[in-house]
Write a protein that binds this ligand. Sequence first.
Ligand code: SF4
Ligand code: SF4
Length: 439
Amino acid sequence: MKTKTFPRGIHPPEYKDITANKPIEVMPPPEKVFIPLHQHFGKPAQPLVKKGDAVCVGQKIGEGQGLFSASVHSSISGKVLSVEDYFHPLGMPILTVSIENDGEDRPLQEIEKTEEPLSLSPKELCNKVKDAGIVGLGGAAFPTAVKLSPPKDKPVDMIIINGCECEPFLTADYRLMLEFTDDILMGAELARIATGAKRIIVGIEDNKKDAYALFQEKSAGKSIDVQLLKTKYPQGAEKNLIYALLRREVPRGGLPFDVGVIVQNVGTVKAIWDAVHKGKPLYERVITVSGPGIKDPKNLLVRIGTPFQEVIDFCGGIEDGTNILLMGGPMMGLSQWNPEAPVIKGTSGILALKTPVSFKEYECIGCSRCVEHCPMGLVPTRLAKHVKYNHLKGAEEWGILDCVECGSCQYTCPAKIYLVQWIRLGKNIIISNKRKKSA
Ligand code: SF4
Ligand code: SF4
């Protein structure tokens, strides 16, 4: 069967067989949740509750501030214990609402369901998505209502539904595609209506042929095109996916809007359907808990705010010899130093690994492997050197801001140079300098 793809990239071992055949299990809500008010791209939400308040499941506890922000909802019913700084998976303290579970799981009565969601206007749909606090569930946590509102001068003709899940180990999206196919297709249709796009394409990697066959069967007779993509990392990165499916190139510094496209992850469109049709805000999500350090790996539906440690305990605990805990996949995931950090909207997985760790970098031998594999056509070795020697202007000229931090360069580097860390550091300094300047 013919597959589509993008230039360059890598083929890391997949390790998806550990959890691919495990249906999504529902993890019972924990005794306490710790819900950060900042779990998304943009400004943190403003707290709407205080210590001692009673809350219901789905109640808004933080209000998104302005365009680039997202509201936050309670994932359990109970009493607010505190609103103060707490550990966050990003590694810094963040204002967090901690709630003690009353064991009743009382839902909020006022959440409005929509019997005819397909009849809503684009504005009504966007408002419901915004109110439900939906963000991109593929990991970037970009506010979805913003994505569904393309600028007037940038009309969108195509919605791409991203079913690649190209990170090793992760199978949460795969299970969603098998178990909630209809919800994903309905959510995709709502996203199409909201943006005014003409067509929907679902892109699925060829290591998930059963999901591909199911989507083909369920979308027969509809204006939905289901395409098979080559299994390659990072196939799911937006710009690569757009090129692979449509041969459209997002310009340097540009966004998918610039080529008439919006990309939504399968979990995100399911969340859109749940919000609009069932009146359910985003207070839980499906994650993969896997790796050689987890005793009983699973795909789990977990309440937002559940501490990682409780999720790990639900999966049998940690194996001896485990030395790395990650939020997300092994290529783009974030190392965790505190297992009390909570599951947030952007948590696609929790991985426990047993891997030899070396902090020694060797000299670059000029082999050019990093260049040959960079999906963005960058020169990672040069970018890292510019940052190392504080030549940020040069790094910018060589396109550092186009780096998607996929880690392909570092994966292939025989000198074990921390290319992504150097590049990420450079990007952060450049972006922060730009913000200071514009302020
Ligand atoms: S430079 Fe950036 S985009 Fe290119 S391979 Fe490295 S991490 Fe990926
Ligand atoms: S892969 Fe590593 S050693 Fe080879 S050119 Fe790039 S940075 Fe240098």
